[in-house]
Design a protein. Structure first.
Length: 277
């Protein structure tokens, strides 16, 4: 890997962590001298510290962490991935006792009911809310088989198993797997620091470091090997308490940063500081 690219990658990580720490201390904005960080929105280097994940962890995942119901509650929430919808689900106990018609009735009146952070797949021929409710119902009806058959021994096995269900897809399956890694179902997975699902952004980040074509996405390529090399540096030279998921996640954000720096494009979202800052 190119040394300069590695340094910029870890610069992004340390600067993003520093920004979050200053924000947590309620220091006045801006929390960085970097104009790219000031202008554009980047997710946390630690996924667990993102606002939506932190809410989900506190209100759904941790209270259910040692109960088998946690996997279905996780799937239901992540298909919407919106705090307001999560509150609605809890208020009507739908994260534990799924009812597609009731869910449709109580979620539809919301001004916003689903995340804008990523694409949500659902059956065609029906509106989005009803389509998502139908997709969740397919898994709900199969929940006992899921619990018995899912290969909880590895994150890769869990993610691949989830992909076998209609409309989940690789991205959402990986997000759910990442959540379940922090529960009693997945916290003993043997590949926590050897496997991560390299998405398009992470691949571009690695391509930058290797000076490859940015659009190179070969499925035969050992992306995990290159991410593990960065994990060794992260936990050693750069003193970060990282797992491989944090490397994959940060590579995607690093790629977004580099696109701005090199004038190759820009992220969709600009940053707006909170009113108190």
């Amino acid at each position: 890997m190119q040394e300069e690219s590695i340094e910029r990658f870890f610069y992004w990580i340390h600067e993003r962590i520093s920004i979050q720490e200053k924000k947590d201390r309620f220091e006045p904005w801006p929390w960085t001298d970097d104009p790219i960080f000031q202008e554009y929105k980047f997710t946390n280097a630690f996924r667990e510290r993102d606002k939506t994940t932190a809410w989900f962890r506190e209100c759904i995942r941790d209270p259910l962490s040692f109960q088998p119901e946690v996997y279905m509650a996780t799937i239901i929430f992540r298909w919407f991935n919106l705090i307001d919808t999560g509150r609605t689900l809890i208020r009507h106990n739908l994260h534990l006792e799924w009812d597609p018609q009731k869910a449709y009735d109580v979620i539809t009146p919301q001004k916003q009911w689903i995340t804008g952070a990523y694409m949500i797949k659902s059956p065609t021929g029906m509106n989005k809310v009803r389509g998502v409710c139908q997709a969740i119902t397919t898994l709900w009806d199969d929940r006992k088989k899921f619990l018995d058959k899912c290969p909880w021994e590895t994150l890769e096995g869990m993610s691949t198993f989830l992909e076998g269900y209609p409309y989940l897809g690789p991205f959402l399956s990986y997000e759910i797997t990442t959540d379940l890694r922090h529960t009693s179902l997945g916290n003993k997975a043997s590949d926590i620091n050897t496997w991560a699902n390299a998405g398009p952004g992470a691949m571009r980040g690695l391509n930058r470091m290797k000076n490859r074509d940015l659009n190179y996405t070969s499925k035969k390529h050992d992306w995990c090997l290159e991410m593990r090399e960065l994990l060794v540096l992260a936990c050693g030279k750069y003193s970060l308490d990282f797992e491989l998921r944090e490397i994959e996640h940060s590579l995607c954000e690093y790629d977004k940063y580099e696109r701005v720096r090199l004038k190759q494009g820009s992220p969709r979202s600009k940053y707006t500081a909170p009113s108190w800052a």
